[in-house]
Write a protein that binds this ligand. Structure first.
Ligand code: LLP
Length: 424
């Protein structure tokens, strides 16, 4: 199996000829994932009792199926994500809890569905406990605690502290526990997720806070969840997480709780990015290039409706340029602004948070070259939209020698159907 990408390099199986062939056969832009990289990342977290994939990072049913085959459980944040997990073959009629719904509110139809399936709900507001308790007394619930601090690669991915809407405030836990008692809810455990793309200096205080919160709750819980947030190296020099240390700190917290409660406590982890980011690329074709004053623009056929992270967070993804001969261009570089086709000035892949465009050194491109965006397996396809009435693009999965289409290109007719087919 190909080793996971450690420095922003491409997975071994996604080589020039393979990507050029995929683009020729399926058209551009398109996503390609490498199964071996996903499996290798899963293996790095096997010491946790439960790995629960935060599917919002990459919710393709076939990726979820791969996760299920590897024994990974799944987190859902919406009714649609619940249906994706069911379509991937997760069975909810057994004793384990393969699907958990994590949210800060329950809309009415999601509430009906979780009651019907008796899916554990990870509650991020007291109202969720009240609503689920009224509809389904004795329902299994988790409580997501906002510990009062958070961290993320961007302010927009920090999910802790008083500026975040997520979770139940740590000083208000008691009030929520009263609702648990009132409705006879079955409290499975406490959950904490402080943000996405965190730095690990926070880890010890997160673990400590979890132990304190369980003590404060004074309940006989059977599980704790470390949440997700594990970052991956996007560029050379980015830190690589030490998963053994990560596990050791959480395991120590768990052991403390086991000795106090006198029975086993399941330790869950809920990563999204860590499992899939390095497995995926976006390949787009260079269709135009032009000098604009002192800037040189290269325009590709993928836009922020496909890959939103640069426009949304100022995130940068390494890119490689593949020539018509199927070889990566390594020759002299030119300072380049890399942009897409959308009718919007912010449709630029090389920009800093706040929106200023940035020139980065890229190999000299020719029309028809493929630009390959690295490490886009997480929050790539799953965040894409139909903006500018562009259709959703294909997703391919490479597993060993086999390449499978796991999502075909959406047709324009499919995009228009909800407006034209108005049999309401
Ligand atoms: N658990 C909960 C409750 C979450 O809210 C999230 C992410 C995760 C787990 C997974 O976090 P991860 O392991 O992937 O860091 N679109 C942003 C990331 C938003 C994350 C939202 N919640 C990005 O592209 O960076």
């Amino acid at each position: 199996a190909a080793p996971p990408s450690r420095t922003g390099e491409l997975p071994g199986s996604l080589d020039g000829p393979r990507l050029a062939e995929a683009a020729a056969e399926h058209g551009t832009p398109l996503w390609v994932y490498d199964a071996a990289t996903i499996r290798a990342q899963i293996a790095r977290l096997r010491r946790f009792d439960v790995i629960r994939f935060a599917q919002k990072a990459c919710s393709n049913v076939h990726i979820l199926r791969l996760m299920r085959e590897e024994g990974v459980l799944v987190d859902a944040v919406s009714e649609g994500e619940i249906e994706r997990a069911l379509a991937a073959g997760y069975r909810v009629d057994g004793a384990d809890e393969p699907i958990v719904l994590t949210a800060d509110l329950l809309n009415r139809s999601t509430l009906r569905r979780v009651v019907e399936l008796r899916l554990p709900v990870n509650a991020g507001s007291p109202q969720m406990l009240d609503q689920i308790g009224e509809a389904s007394p004795g329902h299994p619930v988790w409580i997501r605690v906002n510990p009062g601090f958070g961290h993320g690669h961007s302010r927009k991915t920090n999910t802790g502290g008083e500026h975040s809407k997520h979770g139940i405030w740590h000083e208000r836990l008691e009030e929520s526990l009263r609702l648990v008692d009132k409705h006879g809810l079955d409290l499975v455990g406490l959950h904490m997720h402080i943000g996405s793309g965190v730095d690990y200096s926070h880890l010890e205080s997160v673990c400590e806070t979890m132990v304190k919160q369980v003590r404060l709750a004074g309940r006989d819980i059977r599980a704790i969840s470390a949440g997700g947030g594990l970052s991956v190296p996007y560029a050379p020099g980015d830190p690589e997480i030490d998963t053994d240390r990560y596990f050791a700190l959480w395991d120590a917290a768990r052991r403390e709780l086991v000795s106090e409660l006198g029975h086993p406590v399941r330790l869950e982890i809920e990563p999204g990015r860590f499992l899939v980011a390095q497995s995926g690329v976006l390949a787009a074709e260079v269709r135009a290039q032009k000098p604009m004053g002192s800037n040189y623009f290269v325009l590709v056929d993928a836009g922020f409706n496909d890959l939103m992270r640069p426009a949304m967070y100022g995130s940068s993804h390494r890119v490689s340029v593949l020539g018509a001969d199927g070889r990566f261009r390594a020759e002299e570089s030119r300072d380049t602004v890399l942009a897409g086709p959308l009718c919007e000035s912010g449709d630029v892949f090389t920009q800093i948070e706040g929106g200023d465009v940035e020139s980065v050194p890229l190999p000299r491109t020719e029309i028809g070259d493929l630009v390959v965006f690295h490490n886009t397996g997480a929050y790539g396809a799953s965040m894409s939209s139909n903006y500018n009435s562009r259709t959703h693009i294909p997703e391919l999965l490479v597993d060993g020698d086999e390449t499978t289409v796991i999502r075909r290109r959406q047709t324009i007719a499919e995009m228009l159907a909800p407006e034209l087919d108005l049999k309401v």
